[in-house]
Write a protein of this length. Structure first.
Length: 435
C-alpha cells in the first residue's frame, strides 16, 4: 500500500494520464509536481515555492534552447538549410527507410562527434517536412529515428556527451560505495545501446509500412521560395558561425555562449540584417520556448521530489516485494528507475539520485558490479527515451511539429516509449541475471 501511495507513483500516474488525455505537457507537469508535493505532505504553498525555486536547476538549459532556436531561425533564413534539404531530397527522397536511418545517423553524430545535442533539429527538420509530406512518411518513424540518435550514442559510447554521462554513472556509484571507472561503465553500457538498435529497427520498419498523409502547411522558420539559391558570402559567414558555435560548445561546454556567438558572427558578417533580429528572436521563442519552460518545470518537479524524500520511501516500500529472486528484483529496480526518470525526464540529472538507491539495493540482492552498472545505465536512459519532459522527446517534436501536425505525446513519446523503453527494460532484466 505504501508503494501505491508514494508521491512519485501518484504524480507520475497523474502526469501520464493527463498527457495521454492530450492535456498540454506544461500544465500536466505543473499538476504532477503539485500532486507530488501535496501527497508528500508539503502543502500547496511550500510546493509552489519549491517548484519555482527549482527552476534554477535547468535555467541554463532553458536559455540554451531559446538562443539555439533564434540561431536556427537565422540560419534557415539564409537559405543554407534549403540547399542541404535539396541535396538530401536528391539522395534519399522516395526512400523512407534510407531517410529515417540517415537521420538517425546524423542524430548520433550530435551526441559524440559534434556534441550539439538537439541543436541541429530546429535547423534541419522543419525544412525537410515538405519532403516527408511528398514521401507520405509517417513522422512517428522520424521521431523514433531522432530519439535513437539522441539517446543511444551517449548511453553506449564514452565520447562527447557519452563521456559525461558515463562519468556521472561511475562517479555516482563510487560515491555510494561501489568503486567503478568509466572503462567499467563502457564495457557494459553497449548492451543498452544494442537493445535500442533493436527498437529502432522495429519502429522504423513498422511506421514506414503504410503511408500517412499530411497537409502542406506553412512551417515556422522556413521561408517559402522556388528561387534557386546561390551560394554566396552570407552562406560562408553562416558556415563560419556554425563552426565557431560548435568549437565554443566543445571547448567551454556552454550552449548559450555557443549560440550567442553564432548569432553575433552572423550579424556582424551581414548574414542577416539587424532589423530582422527581433523577428528571428520571436520565431526562435516560438520554436523552442515551450521546451525551455518544460525543462524549467522539470527542475522544480525534481526539487519537490527531493524535499519529500519520496525516492527513499519508494525503495523501502518495494524491498519486501523482492524476496530472494533476482528476476523479481531486477524488474522492480528497473521500474523504480522508470518512475523516477519519467517525471524528471533527464538521465544526467537522475543518475546521482538513483545511485543512492541502486548501489546498496543491488549489493543486498547479490547483483555483480557489471549488472549494477547495466541497471543504472538503463534506468537513466528510460527517462530520456520516453518521458514527456525529456529534451530527447521535446527536441524531435519541436522540429516535426513546426507546421502544427505532430502531437508530442501520441506521435513522439508513445512511439519512442514502446520502441526503446520496452527493449531497455527487457535487456536490463534479462542480461543482469547472467553478468
Amino acid at each position: 500500500m505504501e508503494f501505491i501511495l508514494n508521491p512519485i507513483v501518484i504524480s507520475v500516474v497523474v502526469l501520464c494520464a493527463l498527457c495521454l488525455a492530450r492535456v498540454n505537457v506544461l500544465l500536466a507537469l505543473i499538476a504532477a509536481s503539485l500532486v507530488a508535493g501535496l501527497t508528500g505532505g508539503l502543502g500547496l504553498t511550500k510546493s509552489m515555492e519549491l517548484l519555482s525555486g527549482g527552476f534554477s536547476a535547468n535555467a541554463t538549459t532553458a536559455l540554451s534552447y531559446i538562443l539555439l532556436g533564434t540561431f536556427a531561425v537565422a540560419i534557415a533564413h539564409t537559405g543554407l538549410m534549403q540547399m542541404l534539404v535539396r541535396w538530401i531530397g536528391s539522395k534519399m527522397g522516395g526512400r523512407p527507410l534510407v531517410f529515417c536511418f540517415g537521420l538517425a545517423f546524423i542524430a548520433c553524430l550530435s551526441q559524440n562527434v559534434v556534441p550539439v545535442h538537439i541543436a541541429f533539429i530546429p535547423l534541419l527538420i522543419p525544412p525537410l517536412l515538405k519532403l516527408m509530406n511528398r514521401m507520405k512518411l509517417d513522422r512517428r518513424a522520424v521521431s523514433c529515428a531522432l530519439g535513437f540518435g539522441l539517446t543511444a550514442p551517449y548511453v553506449s559510447l564514452p565520447i562527447g556527451f557519452g563521456l559525461i554521462f558515463q562519468g556521472i554513472v561511475a562517479q555516482s556509484m563510487t560515491q555510494n560505495g561501489m568503486a567503478v571507472t568509466v572503462a567499467d561503465v563502457a564495457s557494459v553500457a553497449w548492451i543498452a545501446g544494442l537493445s535500442m538498435v533493436v527498437g529502432l529497427a522495429l519502429a522504423v520498419f513498422y511506421f514506414t509500412r503504410r503511408p500517412r498523409t499530411y497537409l502542406d502547411k506553412p512551417v515556422v522558420g522556413v521561408t517559402e521560395s522556388d528561387e534557386e539559391i546561390r551560394f554566396g558570402l552570407r552562406h560562408w559567414v553562416t558556415l563560419g558561425a556554425i563552426v565557431a558555435a560548435v568549437a565554443v560548445q566543445i571547448m567551454l561546454e556552454s550552449l548559450p555562449l555557443a549560440a550567442l556567438l553564432g548569432l553575433i558572427i552572423m550579424l556582424a558578417g551581414g548574414a542577416f540584417q539587424f532589423k530582422k533580429l527581433d523577428d528571428h528572436i520571436a520565431s526562435g521563442i516560438s520554436m523552442m520556448g515551450f521546451i525551455a519552460f518544460v525543462m524549467l518545470i522539470a527542475g522544480g518537479y525534481a526539487a519537490i521530489l527531493k524535499e519529500t524524500g519520496a525516492v527513499n520511501s519508494l525503495i523501502e516500500g518495494v524491498v519486501p516485494l523482492m524476496g530472494e529472486s533476482k528476476w523479481v528484483a531486477a524488474t522492480i529496480i528497473t521500474l523504480i528507475g522508470l518512475l523516477v526518470t519519467m517525471g524528471i525526464g533527464t538521465s544526467f540529472g537522475t543518475v546521482p539520485i538513483l545511485a543512492v538507491i541502486y548501489v546498496p539495493l543491488c549489493t543486498a540482492v547479490g547483483f555483480s558490479v557489471p549488472a549494477t552498472i547495466l541497471l543504472m545505465t538503463i534506468a537513466g536512459a528510460l527517462g530520456d527515451a520516453g518521458s514527456p519532459a525529456s529534451d530527447s522527446t521535446l527536441g524531435p517534436t519541436s522540429g516535426l511539429n513546426a507546421d502544427g501536425q505532430h502531437n508530442h505525446i501520441w506521435d513522439t513519446c508513445v512511439p519512442t516509449f514502446l520502441a526503446y523503453n520496452v527493449t531497455l527494460l527487457v535487456a536490463g532484466i534479462v542480461v543482469s541475471q547472467f553478468i
